[in-house]
Structure formats: C-alpha cells, structure tokens
Design a protein around this ligand. Structure first.
Ligand code: NAP
Length: 225
C-alpha cells in the first residue's frame, strides 16, 4: 500500500497471554510506569484504533493523559490528542461514552454495512463516519482511508480480535507487549491475538528489538518480519 502508515500494537497481558480475565472486562494489568510509557506512545501517534467490543465495553478515553505531552504535540502542530478510531457495527456505541466524548479529540467510525441507519444519523453530529461494504470493515480499507486523512502513525490498542485481524492482513509493523506477573487462565479469556488463529507455517514471525523492565512489568518490543 502506498503511503501506508506505520502501525504498531500496544497491549498488556498476563504471563499466559490473556489481555483480560474470562469476564472480558477492562482489568488493571499494567502499572504506573507502564501507563506513562503508553501515554508517550499515544502522544507519538496520529490516531489510536480499538475494536468495537473494546470501544463499547471498556469505554477507553484514548487521550494523552500528560498535559506536558499534549502541549508538545501542539508545539509540533499536531492536535492535542490523537484521532480516536473504532470499527464495526456502531449500534452499541453510546453517544455519552468516554470514548465518544472525553478530551478534545477527533472521532472516526468505520461502520459496517449492517449498522443501524438511525444510529449512524445520531452519531454523525459527534463523529466522522465511513460506511464500509461487507459484514466487517476490512483492515486494508480502514488503513487506506486513514492514510488519505494524513495518518502517518497508527497505534492499535486491542482487543484480541482486532489485533489478530490487523496482523493477519500484514499491516502491523511493530508490537509492544507489557507482561504482568499475573496469571488469568480461562479458555474464554481474550488473548493477544484471537480470531481463528494462524496455521503452522503461517504464524506471525517477530524480531525482538527492545526490552525494558518497569518494576514488575516486562515490556518487550518486536518488529513484525
Ligand atoms: N490488555 C489490553 O491491552 C487490552 C486492550 C484492549 C482490550 N482489551 C480486552 O480485550 C477484550 C475485547 O477484545 P475482543 O477480541 O472481544 O474485541 P475487539 O477486538 O475489541 O473488537 C472486536 C469487534 O470489532 C468488530 N470488528 C470490526 N472490524 C472487524 C473485522 N475486520 N474482523 C472482526 N471483527 C471486526 C466486531 O464487532 P461487531 O461485530 O460489533 O461489528 C468484533 O466483534 C476485552 O476484554 C478488553 O478488556 C485488553
């Protein structure tokens, strides 16, 4: 893809690769120093994308917490916060949610064809909406639109399904994983990359390019080969 943005995933997981418990709710995995690292990564991004389940159920703010980092972005002629992006059926998105309203940030929604037309009308006042064909918005199409809007660095913050879909599409350049000394277990707990999984020989190959210990959290940085 011409002018493809640089795309990186950041996620926090237990030592058994789970990004939440079997209750599939937002849980505290990382620590203060790791959250500061994530804030710096957010501040470096033009846009942050999450899957529809994460947007609706975790309702993340996805803004830059540090005032200093927000100021530095403005000095670099960037908006205070990255664009917030989600994709899928928009029906469950709440207009008053933190995702939709928190902070001074542009919101872009990639709505799948089966999204409720009335809901789309309702969301139009608060977000830019791109209606994409097919049952699920294709990652390649999403990235193309974002590139055309000037997005050069795209951060993906889960969940498991969306991480998988972007990896499968071969769009991810780097991967940060923060490993906490916890074990969640449970076959229904979401993992780093869910979906149907890769066959032997088709697995994603990574190269370790960085490691950092933030108290009890180990952060690994990989380049996708
Ligand atoms: N620890 C971490 O770093 C971290 C970060 C984020 C989330 N999480 C956790 O991850 C869990 C949520 O993960 P999840 O896997 O259930 O959901 P997800 O990846 O957040 O969202 C998946 C949804 O996105 C929509 N979608 C849009 N385009 C798609 C495509 N091309 N292919 C497939 N689906 C597409 C579908 O929703 P529709 O069917 O509604 O269209 C799908 O169900 C939560 O427990 C959350 O707490 C953890």
């Amino acid at each position: 893809m011409e002018d493809k943005p640089f795309i990186f995933i950041n996620c926090a997981m237990s030592i058994d690769g789970k990004i939440s418990t079997h209750e599939r709710r937002q849980v505290k995995i990382s620590n203060k120093r790791d959250m500061e690292r994530v804030d710096r990564l957010r501040a470096s991004a033009d846009a942050i994308l999450v899957g529809m389940n994460t947007a609706v159920e975790d309702d993340p703010r996805l803004t830059v917490k540090s005032e200093k980092l927000r100021k530095e972005r403005v000095e670099r002629s960037m908006p205070e916060n990255p664009i917030k992006v989600t994709l899928g059926r928009v029906d469950r998105l709440n207009l008053d949610s933190e995702f939709m309203t928190h902070g001074n940030a542009r919101v872009i929604l990639f709505a799948s064809e089966d999204s409720d037309a009335l809901k789309i009308e309702e969301l139009k006042n608060s977000a830019e909406i791109f209606l994409l064909p097919g049952e699920r918005p294709e990652p390649e199409k999403v990235v193309k639109v974002l590139a055309s809007l000037g997005v050069r660095r795209l951060m993906i913050e889960g969940g498991g399904r969306i991480n998988f879909e972007f990896l499968k599409a071969g769009l991810v350049d780097e991967f940060y994983v923060a490993i906490a000394p916890k074990l969640f277990g449970g076959k229904n707990a979401p993992t780093l990359a869910d979906g149907e999984g890769f066959q032997e020989g088709k697995e994603v190959r990574l190269e370790l390019i960085g490691e950092e210990k933030l108290d009890e959290i180990l952060v690994l940085r990989y380049r996708v080969k």
